[in-house]
Ligand binder design. Structure first.
Ligand code: SAM
Length: 346
C-alpha cells in the first residue's frame, strides 16, 4: 500500500506548535464531495434513520474535522456530514467570540491525540509491529487510513452493520469522486466486523473475521464504554481480558465518572470513578490513568489555567463538587492498561 498522506509521528506532533483555534474560523469550508448526491443521500439516511448511538459517530468525526490544525484526518469531514460540521462550527465560533477558556471540541481533539499517541507507543512496545488493533465501537474512526504506525497491523473495526456499510459507501464515494482527496489504506489490512457488543457473541464474530487471540493486540475503546449499560460494559472488559491470556495486550479506553453521566438529558450509562481500581479486579495491570490537561493529554491545547479541565485535574479525584463554584466534577479519564500474564509480567 502506498501512502498518499504524510502522517505525523508523535514526535512531530509535539514539535509542531498548534494554535488553539484554527485560522479559518471565520468561514466553514466544506469539501466538495459533501455536496454530491450520493454523499447527501447517505447523510440523509443517517439523520433520518439512525438512533443517537450510531449518530454519535458523526459527532466525533466532526470534532476531528474541525480540529484539523492538530488532528490529521483527511476523511473526517465526509464521514461527519454537513449538519454535524455546521453545528459544531457554530459552537466553536461562539466560544471564540466569547473568549471561552475552552473551545468546543477540544476534548475530542485531545482524546483523539491521546489515543493516537498511546496506540503508537503500544505497537512500538511489542517490538514486532505486526499487531492486531481492534477498534470497538469504531464509528467513523479513520485510523486505518491515517496512522503510519499501523502499516504492518491488521485493523478490525467493530460496530453496527448499517454504520459500517454507510461508512464504506462514504469512503468509496470519496475515493472515486475527487482528485484532491486521494485516500489510501495505510494499515496492512482493514476488516469490518458487524456486531452488537452488548451481545455475547461479538468475540466469536471477531474471530470468524480473522482475529487471533494469540497475537499481540491493542484494544481501542474510544467513546464507547459509557454508551453501554453497566452490565454490558463490564462484560466487554471481561471478554477482552479473557482473550488476552497468552499475548501481550494493551487496552486503551476512556471512562466517564459518575458526575459525567448524571446530567439530566444524558444518554450515558456506564461510569467508573476509579477505573484504575476496577481494571485490576478484572485481571488488567500496569494501569495508567490520565485526565484531560495532564502532561500526556495536553498537546498544547489547554493553556488557560481557568479552563474546566485544568481546574478539575488539580482537585483530588475524590471530590465530587467543585468547592469554588458548586458544580459537579465531571471527569473523563483516559486509561491505558495491559493484561497481566501471571508469571512473565509481574
Ligand atoms: C461516540 S461514537 C465513537 C466512535 C469512535 N470510536 C470515535 O471515537 O470516533 C460511539 C460508537 O459506538 C458504536 N456503538 C455503540 N453501541 C454499540 C454496540 N452495542 N455495539 C457496537 N457498536 C456500538 C456506535 O455505533 C458509534 O459508532
Amino acid at each position: 500500500m502506498h501512502h498518499s498522506h504524510p502522517t505525523m509521528s508523535e514526535e512531530e506532533r509535539h514539535q509542531t506548535p498548534s494554535p488553539a483555534v484554527s485560522p479559518w474560523m471565520e468561514e466553514l469550508q466544506l469539501p466538495e464531495v459533501l455536496m454530491s448526491d450520493t454523499v447527501r443521500s447517505l447523510h440523509a439516511t443517517i439523520e433520518q434513520d439512525w438512533d443517537f448511538l450510531r449518530r454519535s459517530a458523526c459527532q466525533t468525526a466532526a470534532g476531528r474535522a474541525l480540529w484539523s490544525h492538530v488532528v490529521h484526518d483527511p476523511v473526517a469531514a465526509v464521514l461527519a456530514g454537513e449538519s454535524y460540521l455546521r453545528s459544531l462550527f457554530e459552537k466553536m465560533k461562539q466560544d471564540k467570540l466569547n473568549n471561552a477558556p475552552e473551545v468546543s471540541g477540544v476534548i475530542l481533539a485531545v482524546r483523539t491525540l491521546w489515543f493516537d499517541s498511546r496506540l503508537e507507543a503500544a505497537i512500538n512496545s511489542f517490538g514486532d509491529r505486526a499487531a492486531q488493533v481492534v477498534l470497538l465501537g469504531a464509528g467513523m474512526d479513520a485510523r486505518a487510513y491515517r496512522l503510519s504506525c499501523l502499516k504492518e497491523s491488521i485493523v478490525f473495526e467493530v460496530d453496527f452493520p448499517e454504520l459500517l456499510q454507510v461508512k464504506a459507501s462514504l469512503l468509496k464515494e470519496l475515493t472515486s469522486s475527487s482528485n484532491d482527496h486521494q485516500i489510501a489504506l495505510i494499515a496492512k489490512s482493514l476488516i469490518r466486523v458487524a456486531a452488537d457488543i452488548r451481545e455475547g457473541d461479538w468475540i466469536e464474530k471477531l474471530q470468524r473475521c480473522g482475529y487471533v487471540p494469540e497475537r499481540n493486540t491493542v484494544w481501542v475503546l474510544e467513546g464507547i464504554l459509557y454508551y453501554l449499560p453497566h452490565l454490558h460494559a463490564m462484560q466487554v472488559l471481561e471478554a477482552i481480558a479473557a482473550n488476552c491470556t497468552s499475548t501481550r495486550s494493551v487496552l486503551l479506553a476512556d471512562f466517564m465518572n459518575k458526575s459525567s453521566i448524571s446530567l439530566s438529558n444524558s444518554n450515558f450509562h456506564f461510569y467508573s470513578d476509579w477505573p484504575d481500581r476496577l481494571l485490576p479486579t478484572l485481571g488488567y495491570c500496569h494501569v495508567k490513568l490520565s485526565q484531560i490537561g495532564d502532561p500526556d493529554a495536553h498537546f498544547g491545547l489547554l493553556h488557560d489555567p481557568q479552563n474546566l479541565f485544568n481546574k478539575l485535574r488539580n482537585l483530588p479525584r475524590s471530590i465530587e463538587i467543585h468547592p469554588e463554584d458548586g458544580t459537579p466534577c465531571r471527569r473523563l479519564y483516559l486509561v491505558e492498561a495491559s493484561y497481566c500474564q501471571q508469571q512473565d509480567d509481574q
